[in-house]
Design a protein around this ligand. Structure first.
Ligand code: NAD
Length: 450
């Protein structure tokens, strides 16, 4: 393997890069490498996505189409022709790594992407995985597949792992501003990857000791966040019963120098609710049954049902029942200001409400109507004023756009005493109470006995 030659090519911006999987992670990466002057091939098995991108159109509507068109004018190509992978010096795989129903990692996409890379691999190239995996997965899964055709890792090609830490929808922590962990099969590979990623990451790179360390680092970032939120959720459940506001308690406790503020909420997305299961999988395989990580998952998973319980409680206070009530869900995505409806706890909430016989209506100007129908089986309204006869609202996602919808306007939609379940603690509960709402927030019910 001539690492020196490859490193020079990368340094000079002459290396050709293939991004395998141009989704939420792969597309911004392809655009960033293109902007840095590299020739980029964005490969994806999704034909519709490739057709859209080729016309400069992101079907997820998550990117500015002008950025895509500019990349194309610089020579970036989007294709589903796997033979094009052969042209590339660096192949970066950004494919999904979901968890199965059984909570075991589904490595099928990584396997199939590696098969594609392996059967079209150029000698002397580096294959990098960016997908989230359990410690050990990259070497365990990728090397045997890539070596199938007789090439040897470290001799004819090499591999690396560089976890993606992008926070979709976050305009502040953009890809260039997040330190990139890089790791390689050997020191030389890690060195090439440092040069490569420094071309697009102004925050710089961090070279992990080895691939397993980088994989483990990515897992624990999200495990830590999941557990911290789980603690905030557990506190919310306790404080709802004793009539203190968890937000006030966190503010007060936060005046101590070593108290870290975390807030209750629904946990969704592709990372926090899933990544812990990757580490759990690996831990079990080596004979340790994690307790704390799984306890955190259980609490956070429970918060969907808790949302429905709060709706039930509020409706009872208003003299109604969940079954037959008309519930307005505001915000369907897993976090604010994003369009992505995958892995959102809204799905469980919709299922529970449907089971209880409630009628569901929804409002989320960021979500495409088709996506809402496909994902949740519900229709979204374009305009809140189309609605009437609502019995309760559950605010599930705190999109900034909702700031322009005052409580008084919402009140007009109701049939009888208005019930407001505020999962995100978005509304001022005092104002809600003064306006006549029965308010129930995660971590505080003003009507609870003190
Ligand atoms: N979305 C995030 O916020 C985020 C953040 C950090 C890390 N990650 C991790 O990054 C990885 C990718 O996530 P994503 O959100 O970009 O997923 P995504 O579903 O948006 O994109 C993945 C893309 O890979 C394509 N694909 C599937 N199989 C393929 C194959 N064999 N060859 C080529 N393309 C293939 C899909 O068609 C899709 O376009 C996952 O491991 C995820 O956990 C995601």
């Amino acid at each position: 393997m001539d690492y020196k030659c490859l490193e020079d090519k990368v340094r000079d911006g002459k290396a050709k890069i293939c991004i395998l999987g141009v989704g939420y992670v792969g597309l911004p990466l392809a655009l960033a490498f293109s902007k840095a002057g590299f020739k980029v091939i964005g490969f994806d098995v999704n034909e519709e996505k490739i057709n859209g991108l080729t016309e400069g159109n992101d079907v997820t509507k998550d990117h500015d189409n002008n950025d895509i068109k500019e990349a194309i004018s610089r020579g970036t190509e989007f294709t589903n022709d796997k033979t094009r992978i052969k042209e590339c010096d660096i192949v970066i795989m950004c494919v999904p790594t979901p968890v199965k129903e059984s909570k075991e990692p589904d490595m099928g996409f990584v396997r199939s992407a590696t098969e594609l890379a392996g059967s079209n691999l150029k000698a002397g190239s580096i294959v990098v995985l960016e997908s989230t995996v359990y410690p050990g997965a990259t070497e365990e899964i990728i090397i045997p597949i890539l070596e199938k055709k007789g090439m040897k890792c470290g001799v004819d090609f090499s591999i690396g792992y560089s976890p993606e830490r992008i926070n979709v929808g976050d305009k502040e922590h953009t890809i260039d501003k997040i330190v990139k962990i890089v790791s390689g099969f050997d020191e030389e590979t890690a060195g090439v990857l440092e040069v490569l990623y420094k071309k697009i990451i102004s925050a710089g790179t961090y070279k992990a000791r080895n691939i397993k360390t980088a994989e483990a680092a990515k897992s624990i970032e999200n495990v830590q966040r999941d557990i911290n939120i789980a603690l905030a959720n557990e506190l919310a459940l306790i404080f709802e019963k004793i009539g203190v506001d968890v937000m006030d308690v966190i503010e007060a406790a936060g005046t101590k120098w070593n108290f870290i503020k975390f807030y209750p909420g629904l946990v969704g997305g592709h990372c926090i609710p899933e990544d812990p299961y990757f580490l759990v999988h690996k831990a079990k395989r080596v004979g340790y049954n994690p307790k704390m990580i799984l306890a955190g998952r259980d609490i956070n998973n429970f918060m969907s049902l808790h949302t429905v319980n709060l709706l039930d409680e509020g409706l009872r206070k208003a003299g109604k029942k969940l079954g037959g009530s008309k519930i307005l869900l505001m915000g369907l995505t897993f976090k604010k200001n994003v369009r992505d409806v995958r892995n959102t706890p809204t799905k469980e909430i919709v299922a529970e409400l449907t089971k209880s016989g409630a009628e569901i209506v929804a409002y989320d100007p960021l979500v495409l109507k088709d996506n809402a129908r496909k994902t949740f089986g519900i229709d979204i309204v374009d305009d809140l004023n189309e609605l009437k006869g609502i019995d309760a609202i559950a605010l599930l996602t705190d999109h900034d756009i909702f700031r322009s919808t005052p409580l008084d306007n919402l009140k007009k939609l109701f049939n009888g005493r208005p019930v407001l379940v505020d999962v995100r603690r978005f509304f001022d509960w005092k104002k809600a109470k003064d306006a006549g709402y029965i308010y129930l927030g995660f971590g505080f019910k003003p009507e609870s006995p003190v």
